[in-house]
Design a binder for this molecule. Structure first.
Ligand SMILES: Cc1cc2nc3c(=O)[nH]c(=O)nc-3n(C[C@H](O)[C@H](O)[C@H](O)COP(=O)(O)OP(=O)(O)OC[C@H]3O[C@@H](n4cnc5c(N)ncnc54)[C@H](O)[C@@H]3O)c2cc1C
Length: 463
């Protein structure tokens, strides 16, 4: 831990990004303090039913996938992370026998928009083939794949879903990905929190001593330098580097980030299965049911793949979570009373994929805040870099998970710490993608302004 360029680092945000970076920086010998407004030492990141936290990482589960279309660098990062999750599962079993795995390899069925493979799917399969992983993917319409699925014990999860009202009575094409599954998100955060604490990371938590109020800056001629931060209790905490890792709040804390990131709301809902309902309890268990994603519409003329809906197997509490990634809302004003949680009054998805729940009211619904980066493409990249408007590498940002960051928790910090220590000299393959990008055109829809289709206020007015 003897690092000649040892720094005193203050990280704002104890979500997945802040935790993962904190642990890696500490392991590299830096002195690290993490600030967060929430008392994770008391809640262990468990989501609150009564007052849901506006924190993407405080959730029951998140999808783990390595299928990334043409984005080979993310496919490889996901596979690196998968190995790390499996190692963590093993370590957990050794220290606490019987503990629940943090990564569950239940498989994921990628249901296609039609009876054929989509362009995105073909890109994914090409990249899986390139990395020698094609045998882990089972295409429903391919007899060799179905046979291999049977041999390897995956056949029962290669589910068949009929296309509604199809005159030819066809089914949606689907690909079962045996590398995929889900992570137990809040338990994973609690695990990393304890690991960080044991490794010597200090935590300041709560609405007073943990809540960031403002940066403490020094002026050097016309330049400014961050020299620490002030918390809500009025205390000043000096540091060599301040890191903003505050998820969807990051742009509020650091307005310089506004060009790069956008907070947008996606819809999440759950159904609840009671343990006594043994048929459903069993059917939707991770042992029997894969994660399912459905791209409800084919790739658009603009080359974009949108409209994805997904469901995860039930949690130990019996919650079946559905998420909708079609149009994400943008909020130009405080959300009015009665704002609908999604633009679709009833999801076709439920009737096709979860028929038992067709007439069942949702157990819970919420808007969950993504931190999207400026291109908002199928796979936007986070912003992980020094802020050029502050001199002396005094301000670093580590945020912009763009709806797919949770799966990388065990490895994200290492890649980010390499950028922290080496800047443009960093050798991580993620460096070309994880950077401050002044030169990127904005394509995330925010330029449409309040008249665009994503304005949540307009949706509320329409009822
Ligand atoms: C609906 C939804 C579904 C998703 N699904 C998946 C998925 O299936 N698979 C996947 O891999 N990823 C998924 N993601 C992405 C993943 O959840 C995020 O990338 C990740 O959780 C982001 O972590 P974070 O640390 O950047 O932000 P957050 O988890 O939001 O954490 C930010 C932290 O900053 C703190 N903070 C904010 N303001 C202050 C302040 N003023 N002072 C102190 N602390 C502050 C907050 O309290 C919070 O703890 C999803 C995200 C969303 C929103």
């Amino acid at each position: 831990m003897d690092n000649p360029s040892r720094k005193n680092v203050a990280i704002v945000g104890a979500g997945i990004f802040g935790l993962s970076l904190a642990l890696s920086l500490r392991k590299r010998g830096h002195d690290v303090t993490v600030f967060d407004q929430h008392r994770y030492d008391e809640t262990s990141y468990h989501p609150s039913e009564a007052e849901p936290e506006l924190v993407a990482s405080v959730d029951h589960n998140k999808i783990f996938r390595a299928s990334y279309g043409t984005k080979l660098h993310y496919q490889r990062l996901a596979l690196e992370s998968r190995k790390a999750w499996i190692r963590i599962n093993k370590e957990l079993q050794e220290t606490s026998p019987g503990a629940e795995d943090l990564f569950v390899s239940c498989g994921m069925l990628r249901v296609q928009p039609t009876a054929s493979l989509s362009a995105l799917e073909q890109e994914t399969l090409t990249n899986m083939t390139r990395d020698g992983l094609r045998d882990t993917q089972f295409v429903e319409g391919d007899s060799d794949d179905r046979e291999r699925a049977s041999e390897r014990g995956w056949a029962a999860k290669l589910l068949d879903f009929a296309i509604p009202n199809d005159p030819d009575k066809r089914s949606f094409e689907a690909v079962l990905d045996s590398l995929a599954g889900f992570t137990r998100c809040y338990s994973g955060c609690a695990y990393f929190y304890h690991l960080a604490e044991q490794t010597g990371v200090a935590f300041k938590l709560g609405p007073e001593q943990g809540k960031f109020d403002c940066l403490v800056e020094e002026q050097a001629g016309s330049d400014k330098k961050a020299v620490g931060l002030k918390t809500k209790d009025g205390r000043v905490h000096k540091s060599d580097v301040v890191v903003i890792a505050a998820g969807s709040f990051s742009t509020q804390l650091l307005p310089d980030l506004s060009y790069h990131l956008e907070s947008s709301a996606g819809s999440v809902a759950t159904f609840k299965i009671e343990k006594g309902d043994t048929t459903l309890w069993d059917k939707y268990s991770p042992e029997k049911f894969p994660v399912i994603t459905w791209k409800s519409t084919p790739r658009g003329k603009d080359g974009k793949d949108t409209g994805s809906v997904y469901v995860l197997p039930r949690t130990p509490e019996g919650l079946v979570k559905i998420g909708y990634r079609g149009v994400k809302f943008t909020n130009f004003q405080p959300a009015p009373e009665g704002t609908p949680f999604t633009q679709d009054s009833k999801w076709e998805f439920v009737s096709i994929f979860l028929p038992e729940f067709q007439d069942v009211p949702f157990y819970s619904t919420k808007l969950c805040w993504y931190t999207d980066s400026l291109d908002n493409s199928f796979l936007a990249s986070p912003t992980i870099d020094y802020v050029p408007t502050y001199i002396g590498n005094s301000l670093f940002v580590c945020t912009g998970g763009s709806g797919h960051g949770a799966k990388f928790m065990p490895v994200l910090g290492e890649h980010a710490a390499d950028i922290f220590e080496n800047g443009d000299g960093s050798t991580t393959p993620m460096r070309p993608f994880w950077r401050w990008r002044e030169d990127m055109p904005r394509r995330n829809g925010l330029q449409e302004g309040p008249d665009g289709p994503r304005n949540i206020g307009e949706k509320a007015a329409q009822g």
